[in-house]
Design a binder for this molecule. Structure first.
Ligand code: OOG
Ligand code: MG
Length: 263
């Protein structure tokens, strides 16, 4: 079935209403099995524009499925990117209400804050590090709008890569003080360690993962802007949580970031 502009608009409405009404929906490739990945990125773009029209502001980018653990968990074999808005930014000292989610999961990430604009199609990890002002530990909360978190690559791209919320630690440090590939990461729930990993899990180095995304954006004439935040991709698999749980991510040399979930 052809994916006309009208169908794209319908799919954006379908995903936005699932998010608003906090219910999971059937993945869109069940109806449109041949949805091309390029069209999925167009749907994602329209979805973000709709959020902007509703008053949200785009504040950065997120990478997804950059680690083998995540690719295996989700049954896909390619990285993806989506957008972060101010409506997704959660604060460490403010408990997150479970009622805003469908079936959320937390994952440990390293956040980058851009010190300069960065755009191009031959951008390297070194270029990314030069353009980065700070890095910090982060927790991304993903909440796919699809039933049981089951999707193909075009589905998850259209759904803005399951983006829902994120928390960034308050200690920001220079990326030049670390070898981010070797930096160890530990995620715990209620004080019990759940997953461990190191930055190398993310396409060899979190900055390499960012370079991949910048080059993808570059092909479309887009790039990162100074002051934007980028989540460089989950370093381990994601874990589910419930009201009453406290999730903490500690990154070697960068301290911790924590959030608590309430009912
Ligand atoms: C897709 C989003 C993945 C990451 O860091 O790998 C992601 C999903 O797993 O639902 O944000
Ligand atoms: Mg993520």
């Amino acid at each position: 079935m052809a994916i006309t502009q009208e169908v794209q608009r319908e799919l954006v409405d379908y995903l936005l209403s699932a998010e608003r009404e906090k219910r999971e929906v059937e993945k869109i490739t069940s109806r449109y099995p041949d949805l091309p990945i390029e069209v999925a990125y167009e749907i994602q773009q329209q979805l973000i524009e709709r959020k902007e029209q509703a008053g949200e502001r785009c504040i950065g980018l997120k990478l997804g499925l950059t680690s083998r653990a995540k690719q295996q968990m989700m049954g896909v074999h390619e990285a993806i990117y989506g957008y972060l808005t101010d409506g997704m930014l959660a604060l460490e000292w403010e408990p997150l209400s479970y009622s805003r989610f469908i079936h959320p999961k937390a994952e440990p990430e390293i956040a980058f804050m851009m010190g300069e604009d960065l755009q191009g199609t031959n951008v390297t990890a070194e270029d990314v590090l030069r353009a980065t002002k700070y890095v910090a530990p982060a927790i991304e909360i993903i909440d796919s709008r699809y039933e049981n978190f089951r999707f193909t690559l075009p589905d998850v791209v259209a759904d803005n890569c399951s983006s829902s919320a994120f928390v960034v630690g308050s200690k920001w440090v220079s990326p030049r003080d670390f070898d981010l590939a070797l930096t160890g990461v530990v995620m715990s729930k209620n004080g019990i360690i759940q997953t461990t990993g190191s930055g190398a899990a993310v396409l060899g180095h979190p900055a390499a993962s960012m370079a991949w995304a910048v080059n993808k954006l570059g092909e479309k004439g887009l790039g990162l802007k100074k002051g934007q935040i980028v989540l460089s991709g989950a370093i381990t698999e994601a874990i589910a949580f419930e009201p009453g749980d406290v999730i903490q991510v500690t990154v070697d040399g960068m301290g911790s970031v924590t959030f608590g979930c309430q009912g």
